[in-house]
Write a protein that binds this ligand. Structure first.
Ligand code: ZN
Length: 480
């Protein structure tokens, strides 16, 4: 038995122990709280189905993408990740699909202003009767600026965040691309006749060197060199252009084996295919981005894979001018990085919608092989994203949603009639969704389109100018 005095003493000791425990618990919570202090970030995209295109091709339902500065800091399930971050801006993306921005691996953006100038003619007629005269009479630096603004508006609307371009006045293309907040691999064209900007190879070299120097180290613009093709450039022009590119570690953009005639002429003149010819003059290397690659046999494909050349398939263009069919399944099987491009956007495809190219790439391969398994939905989504990045040799920077990569992210609405129901996400992206389903676009952490409103481009003004150019181009060619 204990005396009442002892019991009181006992109770007071219990109270003290309890108080100490409460104090410890409060302290522990406080320490834990500190450990979990939320990191300040710039943007959180929250609640979407995130199609990462990472190595495992993870798809995260109810996921988040966390962005700080121009890069992604985290991607994953919302319940595990979101509480660790405090976003200055949060986009509620519930019910949306989130993907890495699409990569248009080959185009000529200022040609938007020649869109639909003259179609349904042979490539030869289109070039010599219409486009070369039209370029001679109309292409100025100002023309290129407005054409690039129009193309930027069109591409952002369709979810394209990076594009590779070959044209003239490429420095003006670069300035307008940067102003629009887009990422570009932009090559000044080398061609063996006087171009609208540079009239000789010496001028082309001088212009390009200045251009390469100016954009060194830029976050969005990768200045490149673009010898047009083996059928418009001499061996010397190609080698000089490549040497200049290599001096500045810049990519080389080129049309490669895009026409039957090009292949036949190369066999006749060089005794070898265009790909083998480029190997013989030292051009095939991991810095080359080869557009088209239609006439590439097994030996060519082996060489392209060994030299780690990036290839870009342009199904609309190849069909529209009846060039032929690139052996995409065989190229992928050989280990070549094959991206997707719109080409054009005049004469060989009249728009810049890469989602259309995904759909057509799959269907063109299927009908050509008479085999519905030839190229599937997942493969073409890869070509528009991570493989497009590999083709441009930029896979460390872009092409998938992963921590450390640039924050190029697009949100697609799933609320249109063409988007429901959804059984297979890749099939939905490749065959059902359209460029117009893209709702919000982020490039390098900057929101450039929000809820279908362009934030970096004065769209009404650009459309008005494009219509004005339509009239002046028609007048310059004596058209009605
Ligand atoms: Zn082209």
């Amino acid at each position: 038995m204990t005396s009442p005095g002892e019991s009181v003493k006992h109770r007071s000791r219990e109270v003290k122990i309890l108080a100490l425990m409460v104090l410890l618990a409060v302290l522990a919570l406080h320490v834990a709280g500190f450990a979990q202090a939320r990191q300040d970030v710039d943007l959180i995209i929250s609640g979407a189905t995130v199609v990462t295109m990472n190595g495992q091709r993870d798809i995260v339902k109810d996921g988040v993408v966390v962005i700080k500065g121009d890069s992604i800091v985290a991607v994953g399930p919302r319940d595990k990740i979101e509480s660790r971050y405090k976003g200055a801006q949060v986009i509620d993306a519930r019910g949306r699909l989130v993907l890495p921005g699409f990569i248009n691996g080959h185009t000529h953006v200022p040609m938007t202003l020649f869109r639909g100038l003259h179609d349904d003619v042979t490539l030869n007629d289109w070039l010599y009767k219409y486009i070369f005269p039209a370029e001679k009479k109309n292409v100025t630096e100002e023309f290129v600026r407005w054409g690039t603004r129009l193309a930027a508006a069109e591409q952002i609307r369709a979810g394209v965040t990076t594009f590779a371009d070959m044209y003239y006045f490429e420095d003006a293309v670069a300035e307008e691309t940067k102003t629009a907040g887009m990422r570009g691999v932009l090559g000044e064209t080398f061609i063996d006749f006087p171009a609208p900007d540079n009239k000789s190879e010496a001028e082309m070299l001088a212009y390009s060197e200045k251009f390469l120097k100016k954009w060194q180290g830029d976050a969005l613009i990768h200045a490149a060199v673009a010898p047009h093709s083996i059928y418009t450039c001499s061996k010397k022009t190609i080698q000089d252009a490549a040497a200049l590119a290599r001096k500045y570690q810049a990519p080389i953009l080129m049309h490669v084996s895009e026409m039957k005639k090009e292949w036949e002429d190369s066999e006749k003149q060089n005794g070898m295919s265009p790909v083998q010819y480029l190997e013989s003059i030292g051009t095939l290397a991991p810095d080359l981005v080869a557009a088209h690659c239609i006439f590439v046999d097994e030996a060519d494909r082996k060489l392209l894979a060994e030299r780690q050349v990036g290839c870009v398939h342009n199904p609309s263009s190849n069909m529209m001018i009846a060039s032929g069919v690139s052996p995409v399944p065989e190229m992928r099987a050989a280990g070549i990085a094959v991206g997707l491009g719109t080409d054009g956007p005049a004469g060989s495809n009249n728009d810049l919608d890469l989602m259309e190219e995904m759909d057509l790439a799959a269907k063109l391969a299927k009908i050509t092989k008479m085999n519905p398994l030839a190229l599937g939905a997942k493969a073409v989504v890869e070509m528009a994203t991570i493989d497009g990045a590999r083709a441009l040799h930029m896979e460390k920077e872009i092409g998938s949603l992963e921590a450390g990569k640039k924050a190029d992210v697009i949100l697609l609405s799933l609320d249109e009639p063409n988007a429901v129901p959804m059984y297979d996400i890749y099939a939905q992206i490749a065959y059902s969704l359209k460029g117009s389903d893209v709702e919000t676009v982020v490039i390098g952490g900057r929101v450039v389109m929000r809820d279908r409103k362009l934030l970096t481009i004065d769209e009404p003004r650009v459309l008005e100018k494009a219509r004005e150019y339509g009239k002046s181009v028609s007048a310059s060619l004596g058209m009605e």
